[in-house]
Write a protein that binds this ligand. Sequence first.
Ligand code: NAD
Ligand code: MG
Length: 399
Amino acid sequence: MSSSSPLERRVAILGATGSIGTATISVIEHLTRIDAETTWRVHGISGHHNLDRLAEIAGRTAACKVVLSDPAVAADMPDSLAGRFPAAASLEVGPDKLVELAAAAEVDTLVAAIVGRAGLESTLAAIRAGKRVAIANKETLVVAGGLVREMSRRSGAELLPVDSEHAAIFQCLAGGGIARRIILTASGGPFRQATIEEMRQATIEQALAHPTWSMGRKISIDSATMMNKALEIIEARWLFDCPAEMIAVMIHPQSIIHSMVEMVDGSTIAQLSPPDMRLPIQHALTHPRCLPGATPTLDLTEPSRWSLEPVDTERFPAIPLGFEVASVGGTAGAVVNAANEAAVALFLEGRIRFTDIVTACRIALENHHHESNATLDRLLELDRWAREEVLRWQERSNF
Ligand code: NAD
Ligand code: MG
């Protein structure tokens, strides 16, 4: 079934130099080749550190606006900066420019692919401006899910999940019917079968080596601790407006079933595909149209074996933490997200052990005074507090 669509779509990709950003560019190049109804244009892009990559993408996409969000990178090379980019592209520097680009009148679709809380303001700006937002930046929903819901209701913004599990759930729900339970699948990451002691000793390289997905560093560590699944429980709670009790998590090491929805009539609907982020990205960009994809498909005529097993919450305490945060809502998401970001950074600097990451999140959650309704300013204040709290805890513990 095809539906009417505008003739031109103008996309901004924030975090264009990253893993999701790169996959998005490949999807848009594919759509440019195969979509006869719509002209796909990349209006703007952003990147934080990698100037060469940003300049290459600016040339490849012919973007009019380029934002270099880290002013320190620009300060290092004030004279030669603009000369690195195509003459037709206007270059702007600094985090405020992300917000301007996300809300620009020329943009109808934002791909929110910045990692971490740094993506919050720009994602909210696009939601406030009523855009279609293809949301990879799950941290925005974790920090401010309640505000996102309220804002998108007011502005009419369309939130389309890019996270593969949430894109799967979205597709499972598309047929209508009443859902009774949402079952998020998780690969289990590189330490699915590791003991707690092995995880305590885990190196950075081991933690980054994801068995089925190739992703940015932060989400790779999140997948290893299963904080990624914890964040996804919270993300699902807000995206689908469902109570935490309706959500379940199952380990599915093959990453073929991306999630499932159990309906009240007793049937369960699942979405399956090989693990490739181009599929959910294309879905978010073209919905409700379903266009030929560029990704491999499953050969279901060949013998295959998939498994589903419950999570061992003793080895992966992130999972009960995620359910708790999804259940209490309010300020808990902002605190746990910030603590996790701070702890992941400490682990990647070799200053804490792998298993300390989730402990740091638990300590920050327990040391904060929960508030049910908080403004954005208050959430950002708690974000800063939680990062400091993790640093204080690390210093006190004298690792
Ligand atoms: P990545 O590290 O590969 O890329 C991150 C992007 O954000 C880069 O373009 C970087 O320049 C930019 N960035 C980093 N710090 C920034 C800052 N302080 N301000 C502005 N920009 C900054 O990350 P990724 O794996 O592409 O993940 C991006 C988002 O998508 C994350 O929220 C992640 O959880 C989510 N996600 C990723 C995948 C995946 O397969 N990679 C899957 C599902 C969801
Ligand atoms: Mg995911």
